[in-house]
Design a protein around this ligand. Structure first.
Ligand code: ADP
Length: 504
């Protein structure tokens, strides 16, 4: 009898579904699963933080517990298929501990081969005609490119739509890079005005959730007409009733739109383009003047300006934090699709190092020279900072840049902190947003053998970043001390956002 254990069945079933990497945290009985995965030819990456795994169970598209060892391959295939068919998402399989070491005869198992690639669907042709009619009549059209367009790998079709029609576009945070941020039709620098004044919006794979202010006034016109493209039927008309609901894959649907729109072009000398360009120039001047300030400590804009000058165009940018993520999104350009990973829809902090490790493991296997740069707020870094050990263990040349303002939104300088300490019990005195001033996060990296840099000036920032980019053998961490009050403006805005949230 050819015996096989539960652990082997799990590993082999994953391998049959073309799974190449496994990320985990061992303990009994995960050790057996991890070893079986390695034996089956899957790369195993041992992590330090498992909160994301627990989140999977709560938010997964499919969750199941195989009733017997024989069922494991079928359940694994269904989980993999469910994760990539329809709206992509995580799935969860719960396997009882005693199953992992239990043995059965291999001949009794129903093995399942790799699931086929997801089917691609097109939109109803009447809805396409309606969409094109709306577009042709638009005075102030706008295309919003969401992360669905990145998942759909529809960059070629989306580029053609933008370039044939001449319509301005805005990317969502992870839609950045589907078309390069420096594309002439990108109006990200006039985001608020574009959203507010657009009369017809083509929404390509983005939800009208809080990231897009729900599509509601005062951030959108109450009369805006939405042409919504999504492969998830339940998403259509969420928050704003779609004027044209195009259910299907973005690549296929955009091709349908292109066939119908033919040679129609939105005029480049229109009032709409003039008003957007005027706003973009004004906003660019404001960020430029902030970026060129030479006072110390640096502000966010100065730090990001110099970082962006040195980063290679093909690097993968991982980012999380509050201001660090928000300001970084506007200051750090993306040139390629699927090259930006951030805290996403739920603003989940602590995901950055894990994302960076996954990206760097892939780069290491593919032997591409692309760098992974993980830009973290000091608070965000704290959530999964211990993954630095994982990076050092596997010698992943990730560059972590901690933008350290001594707090969450804002902090205080070391002198003020000392004065506060003299006043009494810090649990009653220290503002809740503060963290320890000038914490030496770079020493977390050097503790495990990576390179740590403490950075206060532009010169130190540039030379530490250049050295880190030249080092392809080990990870580095730049602890960039910026002005603890540099974000007062953004902090006020954030409080306004929470007031708004409270009201709905
Ligand atoms: P963003 O954060 O960029 O706004 P969201 O996660 O809110 O993006 O929305 C992405 C949307 O894209 C989801 O509604 C999802 O159903 C949709 N989507 C994902 N893949 C595809 C695809 N291949 N074709 C069409 N829509 C897609």
């Amino acid at each position: 009898m050819d015996e096989v254990t539960g652990a082997q069945l799990i590993a082999e079933a994953l391998k049959s579904q073309n799974v190449e990497y496994m990320f985990g945290i061992v303990g009994v009985p995960i050790i057996e699963v991890a070893m079986a995965a390695q034996a089956a030819g899957i790369k195993y990456v041992g992590m330090r933080n498992e909160q994301a795994v627990e989140a999977c169970r709560l938010y997964s598209k499919f969750s199941a517990r195989p009733s017997s060892l024989e069922m494991i391959p079928a359940v694994v295939e269904k989980a993999v298929r469910s994760s990539i068919y329809g709206r992509p998402g995580a799935t969860y399989i719960d396997i009882a501990g005693d199953m992992v070491n239990a043995k059965i005869d291999r001949a009794s198992v129903r093995f399942v081969s790799c699931c086929p690639a997801p089917p691609v669907s097109q939109a109803d042709s009447r809805e396409i005609t309606q969409a094109v009619r709306l577009l042709r009549a638009a005075q102030r059209p706008l295309i919003i490119i969401g992360k669905g367009a990145a998942y759909a790998r529809a960059e070629k079709e989306v580029r053609e739509l933008v370039e044939v029609t001449g319509i301005p576009f805005l990317p969502t945070p992870m839609g950045k890079g589907v078309l390069s941020d420096d594309h002439p039709n990108c109006v990200a620098a006039a985001r608020s005005r574009a959203l507010l004044q657009a009369d017809v919006i083509v929404l390509l794979g983005a939800r009208l959730n809080w990231i897009l202010h729900f599509g509601f006034p005062p951030r959108f016109s109450p009369h805006v007409k939405i042409i919504q493209v999504d492969l998830c039927a339940e998403e259509l008309s969420n928050n704003v009733r779609a004027a044209s609901a195009l259910l299907g894959d973005i690549g296929a649907v955009v091709r349908q739109l292109l066939e119908t729109v033919r040679s129609w072009r939105f005029p480049s000398d229109s009032q709409w383009w003039l008003t957007l360009k005027e706003k973009m120039t004004a906003n660019a001047q404001i960020s430029k003047s902030l970026a060129l300030q030479s006072t110390l400590p640096m502000n966010y804009y100065t730090a990001f300006h110099h970082i962006s000058e040195l980063l290679p165009k093909d690097c993968i940018i991982v980012s999380e934090g509050a201001n660090t993520m928000d300001i970084g999104r506007t200051m750090l350009l993306n040139y390629l699709p699927r090259h930006r990973l951030d805290a996403g829809t739920f603003g989940t902090m602590g995901v950055g190092p894990g994302f960076a490790i996954a990206a760097a493991v892939l780069e290491q296997t593919q032997k591409s020279a692309q760098r992974v740069v993980c830009i973290e707020g000091d608070s965000a870094f704290g959530f999964s900072g211990m993954e630095v050990e994982t990076m050092c263990r596997y010698k992943l040349p990730i560059i972590i840049i901690v933008i350290n303002n001594n707090g969450i939104y804002s902090g205080v300088d070391p002198e003020t902190w000392k004065e506060m300490e003299k006043m009494g019990d810090m649990t009653t005195i220290a503002p809740p947003v503060t963290l320890l001033p000038e914490a030496r996060y770079e020493q977390v990296m050097s503790a495990f053998g990576g390179r740590g840099y403490l950075v206060r000036t532009v010169e130190e920032l540039r030379s530490a970043l250049q050295e880190s980019l030249d080092n392809t053998q080990m990870p580095s961490l730049l602890n960039v001390l910026i002005d603890p009050a540099s974000d007062l403006f953004n902090y006020l805005q954030a409080s306004r956002i929470s007031t708004y949230f409270g009201a709905i």
